[in-house]
Design a protein around this ligand. Structure first.
Ligand SMILES: C[S@@+](CC[C@H](N)C(=O)[O-])C[C@H]1O[C@@H](n2cnc3c(N)ncnc32)[C@H](O)[C@@H]1O
Length: 221
């Protein structure tokens, strides 16, 4: 092994707390419920409690196609991509419009590794595309047509994402919104739910709220 390959540089992102724990800073169980964490050394705008939710939610509903709107640093994308590749049960697409290199290691981005995963696995794809572009809408419409689908709305305009993709999805497909009650509130989406026949997925709401995930799950009827 070539020791010169080891990289000791720490990502510089201010968004991701470094949380180096030690005698003066003991780990706390409630840390699992905090948003903006490092996961596998990459930056993630989620809590660890959200990963537990996604693991079992995906298994329970048997999705065949999962779309993440908003890749950012990509550690959550790595979670979905690895789950897709390990289980071989679903395809995963992640989209981000940003030219800023959030994807870079210097800010705890995981792009260097995500690109490799996309090369070796037919289950994962990254698109540097606007989610409202014709290309993105057409890809998602075509790919979701024959697959049970979950859209995770975590981009720049979650209400519009829900409106556009809520219109494209089939009955039985799901949408999960992020930043519930911090950025998006029930009255922002009430008309969209009615227009596209979308309902709150009640059995999961208590966990999502109590575990501080800021996630809210919905099903298209
Ligand atoms: C909160 S971050 C996503 C966090 C990521 N899902 C995670 O859990 O770590 C939001 C991302 O959405 C992207 N975004 C904003 N508007 C977009 C659009 N129209 N299309 C695609 N991505 C968009 C931003 O560039 C930003 O990286």
């Amino acid at each position: 092994m070539d020791k010169s390959l080891l990289n000791n540089s720490q990502g510089s992102s201010q968004l991701i707390p470094k949380h180096v724990h030690g005698e003066d800073s003991p780990m706390k169980v409630l840390d699992l419920c905090q948003i903006n964490k490092r996961f596998m050394g990459g930056g993630m705008s989620q809590s660890y409690s959200a990963l537990y939710f996604f693991e079992y939610y995906i298994e329970h509903y048997g999705f065949e196609y999962i779309v993440e709107i908003g890749t950012q640093k990509g550690a959550l994308s790595l979670f979905f991509a690895n789950m897709a590749a390990v289980t071989e049960r679903f395809f995963f697409d992640t989209f981000d419009i940003s030219d800023e290199d959030y994807y870079d290691r210097s800010v705890e981005g995981v792009g260097h590794w995500f690109r490799e995963i996309c090369k070796i696995s037919p289950y994962c794809n990254f698109f540097r595309w606007d989610i409202f572009s014709k290309g993105a809408m057409s890809r998602i419409q075509i790919e979701s047509e024959d697959k049970k689908t979950l859209i995770f709305c975590d981009g720049g305009d979650k209400v519009r994402e829900m409106d556009i993709y809520g219109g494209i999805l089939k009955p039985g497909d799901h949408i999960i919104l992020h930043d519930w009650q911090s950025e998006v509130f029930a009255d922002h989406i009430a008309a969209i739910l009615e227009k596209h026949h979308i309902k709150y997925n009640h059995p999961y709401i208590d966990y999502c709220m109590e575990a501080g995930t800021l996630l809210m799950p919905f099903i298209k009827m």
